[in-house]
Design a protein. Structure first.
Length: 763
């Protein structure tokens, strides 16, 4: 059969989709359109509007909306604008029954919502630490500890009482915090906002602290003061700001009540006697980020916000409006740092090049999904699927799928297992009848993003397949069409991989696994380095962490790699993310029975016992990088995301010789971040030939008035002190590490010790 011209294919494909109900002209993102279709199906099955407890049910969904008339059309159709981002964009609660009508309104340009994110170490091993954290206080430039900068974290499981988040006098370092689950009588506030350090400390913890621990550890790595001076975070003098983000949750009654109050104060009176429900989406995240930046502007301070959460890439996800809104928020002194993701050890992405056939291995759990994406003008291909103990190959003609299904409608095909064999241990003892238990493949369209059409494949094996084993098969495609295939990560419970070497290769890490929002251009995206494999716990017992196969000094095997689904090179930078010691949430009850073996330090402070422990993941490398950027913002509060990327590009180092050179790569980005070299670059000291770009090993610097003490100095050493203009203001020698400084003006100075390195001091 001759291949049709692309023009004919475009017309035929578009007509097919429109005829079958796949609205290629919808202003809704695919995920939102999917939820609308599900809502309408439920209405049809119910024979009319949904009712519960004798009341009509009004389902709302939180979405980003781009419009030309502000909130006029949104309000007319029963929606409520929650936050106006300017430039025609807002976050709004939209009645799901009205989405189809809004879709036809000329003033509505775009409606977008996507699946909520989740913490990005949720399924990584929680492990102990090491004798000395990768950096600790020793490598922090002593002139810069984050003063005057806001260190922000949006996460789950915060312990406000931990000493790492307090000043020496016990007062809180938090200046503002938003907990959307807390009770509040003010209907204009969803949850509760704590507007002062006293209010935060009085609250003691976020509302989820007994069930979650992630945020405390993340905040501690970014800007904690440690415990008894141990395991200090990157920016220990920064002010703290943040919020509890309900990551990956279905809204419970407590959260819903706050939205009900808010909606009830804004919707039409005739809706007040109806039952209100809400479907959660990722839009909440960007609303909270906007509130944090607004507070930073009010305080007149630069702010860097860490996002150690995300979602596995998906061909049906469309975040174009999300990125547009985010880009307007970011700028001088407004920075977001995000985790790359923890799916690098799983080969979940493969690309079939144009003109090449494909015979791709596939490894699955008992129930599993994978996706295929093709260009809109070229969706006609055949796919073969064969698996162990499947008698014949299952062939699917995607032309039939397009012709016979509408958007989100399922196309099903069956295959049959082999007869009972002495070589196979069946679940059922009786004779297996493959006709009664077929192997089913369900295919549905998932929408289009840009010029790409997506299809979801859901495969269900018969009972002869053991649920405890990985099933191996092959995907067979012989067509000139260019295709992308996306599996699902193991933490979904329906893992599909295209390789059996998951987490076993030294560097990690498979391409095409960057999580959202790490793939966004102006976000600083961080991968994780494996820098330490063993530690000693508080009982003195040597312990080796579970090693996925990566080696010290290399990328951690779980760290996600680029490119992004739209071809961007990510991550931007890497930092330690394996066995990172930080704050343990003292209110967290789920692991109290295990904390003894997992603790590396604990002590009693403020009449309570507190501890430090370790976690691994890009959730840990991201706040380390965010803390470093807080130090840089102290040196220059007006740095933009692009400025910071420039510093990273000029001063980071590639861990592997294979990637030496100026080019960014999809494993390490521009390399491992260097806090000190970055500060020298920002301060303009890199042009002074005498100044080393590293700090002296094994030395500590402390000032007593105008006397500089260098602890750990061995023997005679020359010492030169430079001002920020590069002029030497003192040249001397020392045998005891004590240097009397001249009467210098207050400010920052660079101290060069022989050829051993330099550091920064503040007088």
């Amino acid at each position: 059969m001759k291949r049709l011209s692309s023009t004919i294919l475009v017309a035929f494909f578009t007509l097919s989709l429109l005829a079958q109900g796949w609205n290629t002209n919808s202003k809704m993102s695919p995920w939102l359109l999917n939820k609308y279709e599900q809502q309408q199906a439920a209405v049809r099955e119910n024979g009319g509007p949904l009712r519960s407890q004798g009341l009509s049910v009004v389902n709302y969904i939180l979405a980003l909306v781009e419009s030309t008339d502000g909130d006029a059309t949104i309000k007319q159709k029963g929606g409520v604008v929650w936050q106006d981002f300017g430039n025609g964009f807002c976050a709004a609660f939209l009645p799901m029954d009205s989405l189809g009508v809004l879709d036809q309104c000329a003033s509505i340009l775009r409606m977008e919502a996507n699946e909520p994110c989740r913490p990005l170490n949720e399924h990584s091993s929680k492990i102990l630490g090491v004798d000395k954290v990768w950096a600790g206080e020793d490598q922090l430039p002593q002139a810069f500890r984050g003063e005057g900068v806001l260190a922000g974290v949006m996460d789950v499981g915060f312990d406000f009482t931990h000493p790492a988040f307090r000043h020496d006098d016990g007062t809180s370092r938090f200046v503002w915090f938003w907990d959307p689950f807390e009770e509040n009588d003010n209907p204009e506030e969803v949850g509760k906002i704590y507007n002062s350090p006293d209010e935060v400390l009085a609250a003691e913890h976020s509302s989820d602290a007994e069930k979650k621990d992630h945020g405390s550890h993340v905040m501690g790595s970014m800007a904690g003061r440690g415990l008894d001076g141990r395991y200090v975070g990157m920016a220990p003098e920064a002010d703290l700001i943040g919020g509890h983000v309900p990551l990956g949750v279905t809204l419970d009654d407590a959260f819903m009540k706050h939205f009900e109050k808010f909606l009830a104060s804004h919707i039409k009176e005739d809706l007040l006697n109806q039952l209100l429900t809400l479907k959660y989406s990722d839009v909440f995240d960007i609303v909270m980020l906007n509130e944090i930046f607004k507070k930073a502007d009010e305080l007149g301070k630069p702010c860097v916000v860490n996002w150690s959460f995300g979602i596995h890439p998906d061909f049906s996800s469309d975040h174009s409006a999300y990125e547009t809104v985010l880009n307007t928020m970011l700028g001088p002194g407004r920075i977001v740092v995000a985790s790359a993701g923890n799916e690098g050890g799983n080969m979940t992405y493969v690309k079939k090049e144009a003109g090449q056939p494909m015979e791709q291995d596939i490894y699955c759990n008992y129930l599993y999904d994978f996706q295929i994406r093709s260009k809109m003008d070229d969706p006609f291909f055949k796919i073969g699927l064969t698996f162990e103990y499947l008698e014949d190959t299952i062939f699917i003609d995607m032309h039939d799928v397009v012709a016979q299904t509408a958007f989100n409608k399922v196309y099903t095909i069956e295959g049959y297992g082999v007869p009972k064999s002495e070589n196979y241990d069946y679940i059922y003892e009786e004779e297996y009848d493959p006709l009664l238990f077929p192997f089913t493949v369900e295919v549905k369209t998932t929408g289009y993003v840009g010029d790409k059409a997506g299809f979801m494949f859901h495969l269900t094996p018969p009972p002869i397949y053991p649920r405890t084993e990985t099933i191996k098969g092959k995907i067979l495609i012989d067509t000139p069409v260019e295709l992308d295939l996306m599996g699902s990560p193991e933490d979904t419970g329906t893992g599909v991989f295209f390789s059996d070497d998951n987490r076993r290769n030294s560097r990690g890490c498979h391409l095409g696994t960057i999580s959202f929002p790490g793939g966004l251009e102006r976000i600083i995206t961080v991968g994780a380095m494996h820098q330490c494999s063993s530690f000693t716990n508080i009982f003195g017992n040597p312990t080796t962490t579970f090693n996925y196969g990566s080696e010290e000094g290399h990328l951690a095997s779980f760290s996600s790699c680029g490119p992004t689904l739209d071809g961007r090179v990510k991550p931007d930078v890497v930092a330690p993310g394996h066995n990172i010691l930080s704050v343990f949430n003292s209110f967290y009850s789920s692991l109290l029975r295990d904390i003894e073996d997992m603790t590396v330090y604990r002590t009693n402070v403020f009449d309570k016992e507190y501890a430090m422990w370790a976690m691994s993941g890009t959730s840990m490398s991201s706040p380390i990088t965010a803390g470093v950027i807080a130090l840089w913002l102290q040196a220059n509060p007006n740095l933009t995301p692009e400025d910071i990327k420039g510093v990273i590009q000029r001063t980071s180092h590639q861990p592997e010789p294979e990637f030496s050179g100026p080019d960014k790569n999809n494993y390490y980005g521009w390399g491992e971040i260097d806090a000190y070299a970055g500060l020298l670059d920002i301060l303009g000291l890199t042009g002074i030939e005498e100044i080393s770009k590293h700090q002296p090993a094994g030395m500590k610097f402390r000032l007593e008035g105008h006397t500089l003490h260098i602890d750990g100095l061995d023997g005679v050493a020359s010492v030169t002190v430079f001002d920020l203009n590069g002029r030497p203001v003192l040249r001397t020698e020392t045998t005891d590490g004590i240097i009397l400084l001249p009467e210098l003006a207050a400010g920052v100075y660079a101290v060069q010790v022989g050829k051993q390195g330099s550091t920064l001091i503040r007088l």
